[in-house]
Design a protein around this ligand. Structure first.
Ligand SMILES: *Cc1c(COP(=O)(O)O)cnc(C)c1O
Length: 436
C-alpha cells in the first residue's frame, strides 16, 4: 500500500505532475461551487460524480434570484413585462440546446423530466402493429428506461417479457459491439417497432455508435430513439445529421442545472408537422399566437413545440438557461478535447493501480467509444462501503452502483488533474494489493 505523503514532506512526484497539468490545461472550476472535502488533507472534495449530479454554477443563484425578483415586482404582469418574459421563456433555451445536441432549433425544446418525456415521445413513436411490436434496449439500460418501455408494452396490451428485447454483450465482454447491434437489427429488425438505447451507457460509460445504429435500425424499418442522459454535455452530438428519430436527455448530470432539472427533447425535422402522429396535447401544444384565443381546438406548430403540454416552469428553466450559456461560451469541441486528455490521464493512473488489485476498468479503452466516465468493477467487498471510505477518509466523491461498479467522471468543464490523482491515490490506499 502506498502511504500518502505527510503534508510537511511536500507533494510527491505524482502530485506535482498533476499540479503541472492543471496549470497547463485549466478548466472552468472557478465558475462552480465545489463541496468541502469534510476530512482528509484538502479543503475541497475531489468531485467525480458530475455524471450523477453536476456541480452548481456560481451564476445560477444570481440569475435565479433575478427571475424571483421579477415575480415579486411584477406579479402576473411578468408574463409579458419581465426582463425575460415568462410566456416565451422556454424559447431562450431552444437555440443553445439545439447547438448542444447538433439539432435545428425547430427540432429542440426543453420541458418536463426525462422519463416523462420518454413516455410522451413513445406516445408518438412506439406504435406496435402486426408482427412489428418489439422494443430493443440494452441489458444494462438505466432502470427508469427499462420500466418505461415495459409499461409502454403493457399499455398497448402486449406482454413486456416478450416485447422488450435486452441486448447483452458477448460472453466475457463488458460492453456492446456496434456490429452485433447492427447485425441483430439486420436479422430481426422486421419485428422491431422501436430501438431505444442510451447514447452513453450510464453503467459502463460506453459511447454507442449513434449514427451507425440509427442507420441500421431505420433501414430495418424501426424507429430509433436515444436516451442522452449521459451523452448531452459530455460528447459531441449531431442528431439532425445522424437522422435520429427522437431523443431526450436530462439537465442535472453533465448539464449542471440542479437536482431533478428539466429535460431536453429532440424530434427530427421529418416528423415535424406530421398530422398522422399521435401526441398528447395541452395549451402549450398550440402555436404561440393562438394560445390565448382560448379556442376549443389546438393549432399545433410544425415544430417540436407541438409536444409541449404545460406552460414553462420559470424557476426550473432559469438554471438550464444559465448552464447552456456556459456550454455555448466554452463550446463542445474544446470540452471534448480537454475531456480526452483528462480521462486519458485518469485511465493511466488507474492502470497502475488495477494491475495489482481486484479492480478492473470496464469502460472501453478506445477514447472514441466513451465519454469522460471510467467505470471500475470492484472484485471483492462492498462497493458502497468502498465509496464511503473514499468519501470520508479521502474526500473523494465517486458513485457506487450495486453490485460492484464504482464510477468516476472527470467532467471537462470543472474537474482537475489533481482530483483525478486524488481519486487514484485514495483507491490505491483503500483497496489492498493482491496477486493477480
Ligand atoms: C439519469 C437517468 C434517468 C433519470 O430519469 P429522470 O426521469 O430524470 O428521473 C433516466 N434514464 C437514464 C439513462 C439516466 O441516466
Amino acid at each position: 500500500m502506498r502511504i500518502p505523503a505527510a503534508e510537511s514532506s511536500g507533494p510527491t512526484a505524482g502530485e506535482a505532475q498533476a499540479h503541472r497539468l492543471d496549470a497547463a490545461d485549466p478548466g472552468h472550476r472557478h465558475l462552480f461551487h465545489v463541496p468541502p472535502a469534510d476530512g482528509g488533507r484538502y479543503p475541497e472534495a475531489a468531485y467525480l460524480a458530475g455524471n450523477s449530479l453536476g456541480l452548481q454554477p456560481r451564476a445560477t443563484r444570481t440569475e435565479l434570484l433575478a427571475d424571483l425578483d421579477a415575480w415579486g415586482r411584477l406579479g402576473v404582469e411578468g408574463h409579458l413585462e419581465a426582463e425575460r418574459p415568462w410566456l416565451p421563456y422556454h424559447e431562450l433555451l431552444t437555440a443553445p440546446a439545439a447547438r448542444l445536441v447538433g439539432a435545428l432549433p425547430t427540432e429542440t425544446v426543453v420541458m418536463n423530466s426525462l422519463t416523462v418525456n420518454l413516455h410522451l415521445l413513445m406516445v408518438s413513436f412506439y406504435r406496435p402493429a402486426g408482427v412489428r411490436t418489439r422494443i430493443v434496449i440494452e441489458d444494462s439500460a438505466f432502470p427508469s428506461d427499462s420500466y418505461a418501455v415495459r409499461s409502454q408494452a403493457r399499455f398497448h396490451g402486449l406482454d413486456p417479457d416478450e416485447t422488450v428485447v435486452r441486448l447483452t454483450p458477448r460472453p466475457g465482454e463488458e460492453t456492446l459491439r456496434t456490429s452485433d447491434v447492427c447485425q441483430f437489427l439486420d436479422a430481426e429488425g422486421d419485428t422491431v417497432a422501436l430501438v431505444l438505447l442510451g447514447g452513453v451507457n450510464y453503467l459502463t460509460g460506453e459511447l454507442m455508435d449513434i449514427p451507425a445504429i440509427t442507420a441500421a435500425g431505420r433501414a430495418a424499418g424501426a424507429v430509433v430513439g436515444w436516451d442522452l442522459a449521459h451523452a448531452a454535455g459530455n460528447v459531441p452530438l449531431a442528431l439532425h445529421d445522424w437522422d435520429v428519430d427522437f431523443a431526450a436527455w436530462c439537465s442535472y448530470k453533465y448539464l449542471n442545472s440542479g437536482p431533478g432539472a428539466l429535460s431536453g427533447v429532440f424530434v427530427h425535422e421529418r416528423h415535424l408537422g406530421d398530422p398522422t402522429l399521435p401526441r398528447f396535447e395541452g395549451w402549450w401544444s398550440t402555436e404561440a399566437g393562438s394560445r390565448f384565443e382560448m379556442a376549443p381546438v389546438s393549432r399545433p406548430p410544425a415544430t417540436v413545440e407541438a409536444w409541449q403540454i404545460s406552460n414553462p416552469p420559470i424557476f426550473a428553466m432559469g438554471p438550464v438557461r444559465t448552464s447552456l450559456e456556459l456550454f455555448d461560451s466554452v463550446g463542445i469541441p474544446a470540452l471534448r478535447e480537454r475531456s480526452l486528455r483528462l480521462t486519458g490521464y485518469l485511465e493511466r493512473l488507474l492502470d497502475e493501480i488495477t494491475a495489482h488489485r481486484p479492480l478492473t476498468v470496464i469502460t472501453p479503452r478506445d477514447p472514441q467509444r466513451r465519454g469522460c466516465q471510467l467505470s471500475v468493477r470492484v472484485g471483492a467487498g462492498s462497493v458502497v462501503a468502498l465509496a464511503k471510505r473514499l468519501r470520508h477518509e479521502h474526500g473523494v466523491i465517486a458513485d457506487a452502483r450495486e453490485p460492484d461498479i464504482l464510477r468516476f467522471a472527470p467532467v471537462p468543464l470543472y474537474s482537475t488533474y489533481h482530483e483525478c490523482w486524488r481519486a487514484a491515490e485514495a483507491l490505491a490506499a483503500t483497496v489492498a494489493e493482491v496477486d493477480r
